[in-house]
Write a protein that binds this ligand. Structure first.
Ligand code: CP
Ligand code: NVA
Length: 304
């Protein structure tokens, strides 16, 4: 069982990870030796704090072993990608891969003899959203029927929210004047809209007023952030997106919870003030990446 995108998972698979992650958080000792003798490889082509730490530390806490592979110091840089994945999968029990291109995540799963988990590509970020559903469940006592507005750039995180929402019955409103080209997934969007669980809006304040949760993410994905070739597009986005910043003004009079997958860019997609507002659950959300990852690894190993 791979996790390439939540599109491929059932409602039951998703909710089972959410429930298990909550149980692991409550009763960590019950899960302390489940992964004994098992190894998780983390193959990262991009930077990471949360996903990497959740994978490495989570695996240790489950009694297993993890191996971090920074793409740049492996022979992935000089030979056939699928040969290297095949070899890696002969050594370990599960691979958590943060790759630049979604097509490479698919190519990895094609040849891997063990499960491949997508640790965030240019199109989806499923491990993030599993932990986010856990956080919403903890905070609101449910995920079904929850109204979430995603504000910002339509990107990998937005796609995974849409995919998850359509499966678990969470309504996702997208207020996103720009879409990352790599994140265009018409089939996902149309299918989610057909279920009535996804819609777009240009009216931010109306959307926030109707929401239980308001969610934002970076205006520029990590691989482009310091890239000089992306600089003019970054500046264009900073100007165009300013009215879509989440701050105390747009949130005035509203009680919606505020979420952000982090890393955050204060003064851009979110104000520093709102990050620390009582409505903000960004740090609980971030902490839950650890339990979400543990729940996911346990589920994937059970199903394999
Ligand atoms: N949210 C998230 O995936 O964070 P990292 O990029 O630090 O892993
Ligand atoms: N959309 C962000 C998510 C970071 C976890 C990015 O890809 O950089």
């Amino acid at each position: 069982m791979h996790l390439i995108s939540l599109k491929d998972w059932t409602r039951e698979d998703i909710l089972s990870v959410v429930e298990r992650s909550i149980d692991i958080k409550r009763f960590p000792d019950r899960y302390g030796d489940l992964m004994q003798g098992r190894s998780l490889a983390l193959l990262f082509q991009k930077t990471s704090t949360r996903t990497r730490c959740a994978g490495e530390i989570g695996m240790t806490q489950l009694g297993g072993h993890s191996l971090f592979l920074d793409w740049g110091v492996t022979n992935f840089v000089l030979t056939d990608f699928q040969d290297e994945i095949r070899v890696l999968s002969d050594y370990v029990d599960v691979i958590l891969a943060r790759l630049l291109k979604h097509s490479d995540v698919i190519r990895a799963a094609e040849v891997s003899s063990v499960p491949v988990i997508n640790g965030c590509c240019d199109r989806y970020h499923p491990t993030q959203i599993l932990a986010d559903l856990m956080t919403i469940q903890e905070k609101l006592g449910r995920v079904e029927g929850v109204k979430l507005t995603y504000v910002g750039i339509h990107n990998n995180v937005c796609n995974s929210l849409i995919a998850a929402g359509a499966k678990v019955g969470m309504e996702v409103t997208v207020v996103a004047p720009i879409t990352n080209p790599a994140a265009v997934d018409d089939a996902l969007f149309e299918e989610a809209c057909r279920t009535g669980l996804c819609r777009t809006s240009t009216r931010l304040s109306e959307a926030i007023a109707e929401s239980d949760v308001v969610y934002t993410d970076t205006w520029v994905d990590m691989e482009f952030f310091g890239n000089p070739e992306f600089e003019s597009e970054k500046q264009r986005r900073i100007e165009l997106m300013q009215p879509y910043q989440l701050n105390n003004t747009v949130m005035e009079g509203h009680n919606a919870l505020v979420m952000h997958c982090l890393p955050a860019h204060r003064g851009y997609e979110i104000s520093g003030e709102l990050m620390h507002d009582p409505r903000s659950i960004v740090f609980e959300q971030s902490e839950n990446r650890l339990y979400g990852m543990k729940g996911l690894v346990v589920q994937i190993m059970r199903e394999t």
